[in-house]
Design a protein around this ligand. Structure first.
Ligand code: SAM
Length: 281
């Protein structure tokens, strides 16, 4: 027993130390404080079509200018997470002065540990390799249709919805060139699988089955309709909005994905009628 206690006395402090060290591991530095120029902030918010219904999270918020502008100019609510306490205090102070403190807040927090699920828009101006460390987190935690806007450094392997380039002489002091690039991404719904579809008689005699494959924003598939397999044409997915054509049937489907259901309208022979799909056979 005594030797056990002696062993525990030797080992426990080491274990505790290891635990504390693991807990206290410093956050990854995702970049120094360099505020986005006004032109970039405006372009980011404009391209994301930020509005009063949005909740924007800026990861690494610096002096809070993106979140503060989103509230002041576009009426959004928001949160800035920043690792440097003086910048957090400055951001909250400026928000108070500007009269937006009821809609925005700034907290000292590691951006890699921030819960992104409340956001409808996430903004990023971070070092390129750290932007890419966030890709899986953004796709896992954000809801379909949420927008991600990245300043200068985009997300590898995720096709942007839009890329905008601007020239701003203010950028020369920051990056050596006047060029600014804004990348807009839209979080795609998850649609891969087999869907049972009810369609109007103008399209098929009975129910249809849809087999969809997906690679992030890109989808493809085929429909089993009246005993025939028809490959989908022009299949698109933007956030939670899906559309495709059934060639040979003159039918254009559009719908909104909500979890395991899709609802929308199909236009066939000049007639528009509702369609509905549920995931599973
Ligand atoms: C390039 S500045 C961008 C500031 C602001 N988003 C803008 O565009 O004006 C990056 C900011 O991220 C902060 N930062 C770096 N690593 C961080 C981390 N792990 N968690 C939270 N903030 C971090 C830095 O302190 C810095 O203020």
């Amino acid at each position: 027993m005594r030797s056990l206690l002696r062993l525990a006395a030797l080992v426990l402090p080491l274990l505790t130390l290891a635990g504390v060290q693991a807990q206290d591991k410093p956050p990854i530095n995702a970049g120094p404080y360099v505020p986005s120029p006004d032109s970039a902030v405006s372009a980011m918010l404009r391209e994301a079509q930020v509005g009063p219904d949005d909740f924007l999270i800026d990861l690494g918020s610096g002096d809070g200018k993106i979140v503060r502008t989103a509230a002041k100019v576009f009426g959004a609510r928001g949160l800035g997470v920043e690792i440097q306490e003086p910048l957090v205090a400055l951001s909250n102070e400026l928000a108070k002065k500007e009269g937006t403190a009821d809609r925005v807040s700034f907290v000292r927090q590691d951006l890699f540990k921030t819960d992104l699920s409340p956001a409808t828009v996430v903004t990023l101006y971070l070092l390129p390799h750290t932007v890419n460390l966030l890709r899986a987190k953004l796709l896992d935690e954000l809801r379909p249709g949420a927008r991600v806007v990245a300043h200068d450094y985009g997300l590898a392997g995720w096709l942007p919805q839009k890329v905008v380039e601007l020239e701003d002489p203010e950028k020369v002091a920051i990056s050596g060139v006047a060029r600014t690039v804004i990348y807009l991404y839209v979080v795609p719904a998850k649609v891969a699988g087999t869907w049972s579809v009810s369609v109007p008689p103008t399209v098929a005699k009975g129910p249809m089955r849809l087999e969809l494959t997906q690679q992030l924003t890109s989808i493809a598939g085929e429909a089993l309709i009246d005993g025939k397999t028809v490959p989908l044409a022009d299949a698109r997915l933007v956030g939670d909005e899906i559309s495709f054509d059934l060639p040979g049937r003159d039918a254009v489907f559009r719908g909104k994905v909500r979890g395991r259901t899709i609802e929308g309208s199909v236009e066939s022979a000049g007639v528009r009628a509702p369609w509905r799909a549920t995931l599973g056979r």
